[in-house]
Each structure stands twice: as C-alpha cells, then as structure tokens.
Design a protein around this ligand. Structure first.
Ligand SMILES: [Fe+2]
Ligand SMILES: [Fe+2]
Length: 193
C-alpha cells in the first residue's frame, strides 16, 4: 500500500473507532475486506476498495442536525426522502468529511462513499464494488456459504443487480420506502449487464 493511502487508512480507522459502536466498526472492517477482495477480482484499485469500506459509515451515528448542516453546505442536494430521514445522508456526509477533513480528492472514492446508501445509475466500478461489499459482507444475517458461492459466479453488474433486488425485497417486507434512485439503479444495471 502507498504511504499516503496507509496514513489515510489509519486516520480513518481511528476516526471510525471513536465515531461508531463496536458492531458498526466491525461491519466497516468486514466491508473493507470484502471490497478489497472484489477490487482484486475485478481489476480495480484494492487500496481504494479498502479505504472506501473503512470510510463509508463514518457518519452513520452522527446526529440529524449535524448531517443536514454538513450536507447542506456541500455540492450535494438533499432529497425529500433524506429530509424526512436525515440518517440516509450519512453517505453524502461521509464524502464531504473525506474531502474537507481528510484531504481526499480521488473522485471514484468520493463517488463510492457518497452513493453507498441509495446507489446511482452509471456508478464507477469502485462505487459498485462498495455497494455490493456493504450488503454482502459476511456479517450480514442472510450471507451464508451458499449465498457467497452464488456471488462468486457473477459479473460486477450482476452482483449489483442481485444485492439490489435482495435489498428492495428486504425494505418492502419491512414496509420501508424505496427511493427513486434505487429503482433507477436497478433499471440501469439491468441495461448494463
Ligand atoms: Fe451506510
Ligand atoms: Fe455499511
């Protein structure tokens, strides 16, 4: 790993350890490992995959007013669904922190972190990988040997489609709202694969 990335990774781990509970810290570490492996499999930068995994939920336990403040002074727009439930801004907020406080300028990394909550059509490969890693890390209750074996045979777009459909199913069963972006993402990956 480059020295610059190593320093960034250590800083992010430290920040994460004081910002979220132990369970979420562990989830982030497993997401980082999964993202790293997916990067190696699909020929993407594994260092960025690991960093994206560690960084994606750094704002997950931030208070609503802070999240709204942070994102409202950034380039990102805040949708109605996010106004109603500011915790959904934790991806965009993390991307703002990465840029402003951690000096990250890599666009793929910022795009991956900001879009990990809803996804977006035509995401870069790193963003697709983080999206998949977040939902298929081995700590997720539905992830078992059979599930992982199935994932092994899929292309990156097929993976996005698969975890998305699983996610929509899960949210629907829980009576939760599905964002327009999520449906657009599903349509777009179906067209891409
Ligand atoms: Fe998240
Ligand atoms: Fe996550």
């Amino acid at each position: 790993m480059s020295e610059e990335n190593q320093i960034l990774l250590e800083k992010l781990k430290k920040y994460l350890s004081v910002s979220v509970c132990k369970e979420r810290y562990d989830h982030s570490m497993r997401t980082a490992q999964t993202a790293k492996e997916l990067c190696l499999r699909f020929g993407e930068n594994a260092e960025l995959g690991e960093i994206a995994g560690v960084a994606h939920d750094i704002c997950k336990e931030m208070k609503s007013d802070l999240l709204l403040n942070l994102v409202s002074v950034s380039e990102y727009e805040i949708s109605q669904i996010e106004k109603d439930k500011p915790s959904l801004l934790h991806g965009k907020a993390a991307s703002v922190l990465l840029k402003n406080d951690f000096g990250v300028s890599n666009q793929d990394l910022l795009e991956a972190v900001s879009n990990h909550v809803f996804g977006k059509p035509k995401m870069c490969n790193l963003a697709k990988i983080l999206y998949v890693a977040d939902k298929s890390e081995p700590g997720r209750p539905y992830v078992n040997h059979e599930y992982l074996e199935k994932l092994q045979k899929m292309s990156l777009n097929e993976l996005v489609e698969y975890v998305l459909e699983n996610n929509i199913d899960y949210l629907t069963k829980k009576g939760k709202a599905i964002s327009k972006e999520t449906y657009e993402l599903l349509r777009s990956v179906k067209g891409e694969s």
